[in-house]
Design a protein around this ligand. Sequence first.
Ligand code: SF4
Ligand code: F3S
Ligand code: FES
Length: 248
Amino acid sequence: MGYDAQFRVWRGDADGGALEDYSIPVNEGEVVLDIIHRLQATQTPDLAVRWNCKAGKCGSCSAEINGQPRLMCMTRMSTFTEDEVVTVTPLRAFPVIRDLVTDVSFNYEKAREIPSFTPPPGLGPGEYRMQQIDVERSQEFRKCIECFLCQNTCHVIRDHDDNKPAFSGPRFFIRVAELEMHPLDTADRRDAAQEDFGLGLCNITKCCTEVCPEGIKITDNAIIPMKERVVDRRYDPIVWLGNKLRRR
Ligand code: SF4
Ligand code: F3S
Ligand code: FES
């Protein structure tokens, strides 16, 4: 059965904005993105929103719904009671371009800083051979849809823009972990993880894991193992001695 929902949507741009109220019909089975599209079609043709697949796979429609970082296309209207006001605001950790669209280029800059996959010398494309058992650990991280909800949620940058230069964020900790656990990768990213990507700033609050729509266990399966690998390297007596001698 349909009903009219009360929506409160943030409208504005980089210079500022405000929440605006709308009353809008909802049909059975709809998701928040359907309602945003209906708003565009019937009341606010200039409402800016980024989306693509409407299937939870492109990672474009990230926003904050009643303060919770979520994908709009995967948030069913049945989550809310009919008389509940549904507030939709843009991701808070990134600069607003307009309405619900933010500038997420921070993430692309961080992605470029991570040393890429480095296969053993002499092994050409098409010659990679791996056993399924050897890729099982890192395969989970390949599910990432780059929605950046984890990035938006992590307190290290959510309220502290000044930490951004020193912190890559959870999405990129799983990328580093994925490469570190890759059976054919030969690069060592452990020092970079600590010193350049800010792994040490993560204090394992696990908020990133809670919001991941792909259910990736970011903290337990990527961040904590990476922290352990960094510690192992630092306190390995041979590595320690080598570092000491190199610094002389
Ligand atoms: Fe989104 Fe999860 Fe990937 Fe983070 S790890 S960007 S929350 S899919
Ligand atoms: Fe941030 Fe996740 Fe660590 S929320 S503090 S990266 S566990
Ligand atoms: Fe693609 Fe929502 S529109 S994840």
